[in-house]
Design a binder for this molecule. Sequence first.
Ligand code: ADP
Ligand code: RBF
Ligand code: MG
Length: 226
Amino acid sequence: MNVDISNCLVIEDSLPGVVAGKAAGMAVVAVPSLPKQAGLYSSADEVINSLLDLHPEKWGLPPFEDWIEGTLPIEPWYIGGPVIKGFGRGSKVLGIPTANLPAENFSTILSEHTSGVYFGWAGLSTRGIYKMVMSIGWNPYFDNTEKTIEPWLLHEFGEDFYGEELRLAIVGYIRPEANFPSLESLIARIHKDGRIAEKALDLPIYAGYKDSPYLKNSMLRSNCHS
Ligand code: ADP
Ligand code: RBF
Ligand code: MG
């Protein structure tokens, strides 16, 4: 194509492709098909888990136009269930309570969605509908061995609500999970995620999902004991 090598960006899921791109002197972003093998791709300039995390502007290319105010709209997905006990460290260690859902009920949906920080609307059967930001994944900072779903509802509740039906409409993506050099930097980043979600959910593209029948139904169900 007669393009200067320095103007090429290779996006590759295979190790031979990454090695070839580097051998040609090109910048390479690796998207391993098996995230567990990410360690093998160390010759790439960047290793990402998912194409959601491809930011062309990092490479001198025009940014994707579907990102809005630090968020990427996604095809919404809906999950719900009773709030279960987590590791008990959300409130205690971070000052950020996260209402855990039983991840084993959603193994298919979880394997279809890359781990990372998402946001949307949360319906709590006896209370109402709230903005929420959540993490899906392995919590690298804490080195968990299980994948968890942890929504932080952006509202002050005076009490716990274990066992209550929680329903989520997940409408956008913010960033991949990351490791952090300190607890303070992890907490600061989660607060920033909260501010981004809080603001974005007022945009028309996200706001309408507040009225999703799925969220409302959780309340109808608990109010009419048929
Ligand atoms: P666990 O590890 O058991 O999830 P956390 O310290 O993360 O414990 O606290 C989460 C619990 O706190 C939730 O299950 C819920 O009952 C309660 N809670 C109170 N306020 C909130 C909130 N704003 N967002 C999420 N959970 C909250
Ligand atoms: N844990 C991480 O190790 N890395 C992260 O990038 C990360 N991002 C989070 C983003 C949000 C919005 C929330 C609510 C939590 C996040 N956590 C992250 C998870 C945090 O470690 C978890 O809530 C605690 O482990 C409590 O169980
Ligand atoms: Mg929690």
